[in-house]
Design a protein around this ligand. Sequence first.
Ligand code: NPG
Length: 381
Amino acid sequence: MQLHRVELVRLRLPLVAPFTTSFGTQETRLALLVRVEATAAGPGGQPVDVVGWGECVAGEHPLYSSETVAGASHVLATYLVPMVVAAGDEALSADAVHAVLRPIVGHHMAKAALEMALLDAELRARDQSLARALGATRDRVPSGVSVGLHDTIGDMVDTVGDYLDQGYVRIKLKIKPGHDVELVRAVREAYGDVPLQVDANAAYTLADADHLAELDEFDLLLVEQPLANDDLWQHSLLAPRLATPICLDESIESVADTDAALDMGAASIINVKPGRVGGYLQARAIHDRCRERGVVAWVGGMLETGLGRAANAALAAMDGFTLPGDVSASSRFYREDVTEPFVLEDGHIRVPAGPGLGVEPLPERLEALTVDRRDVHPATA
Ligand code: NPG
């Protein structure tokens, strides 16, 4: 593939309602997109000019992980893009990107965004969908929804009711110390045995083990990331004290982390987020490993625009993702997305079948949402 141009585009998207987790409240999302112009091989090997899009899920602030939009922009412009350009046209394929970028430590979300843009370009030229390229088998995926913390339990119960009315098949409640057991009890009492799980985003310590065990009576699918990101060992000590399965999110950045967590008994379920693990191809590798080991996995979400949402739906359509993912309708977060919106159909999201991501930014939306655009290859001053 020949790479002619790489552009970083920042969008500011207002959320339909503030989204609160144990690490803060968000009212808008600053999204970093990577746009590439390339010439790649067509179905018969002939050169085809294409545009590819990637989405970086780094936060505006380093609260969920250390990555940020500003940091990712810097790393993309200074290291990642020049490295793939220097690797040369011959070596440049989405499959090769992970190895080419290996010298750069961390920065998985920045790497994932560049890989995603190249993958989109490559697959568009080849006229193949991302779902097909990943080996996905389903044409729609069950849709779970993540419910942020609210001021009162009553408000949270009402919001859950709205989502159930819309057809979401699984509810994930954000929890934090002081907003946990009674919240879950209220939701269980209001809605019976709906598939329910909780996400602490690392808000507890091992000293909270007895308190977390009070969640056991609610028959939750899982408790996600109760302890700190780097507390793998402490998670392994917590797990035998809970009947509720532990799922890890923040702690898992690679296949090696997945193996370590499973070997140690720190988790029995894995949340796979392509950005957190360095791209869709690494996400597929973690899916494959979980499948080999007979471990339940599911696809997380990070408030993606329609671009990342399309790719997450394709990933979630793989056989080994046996729990509903955080792949909601676009309307869960955005009144106006940058692509055509994803909609709930009978509690499911349709997996795009068109080439590459199968969706693209709508020009007028893109223009209205754009904060700034910057060419990083060829670099401008
Ligand atoms: O559906 O996209 C979604 C959101 C799901 O709760 C969700 N994401 O901790 O998993 C998480 C959380 C998150 C959102 C994390 C934004 C980081 C940034």
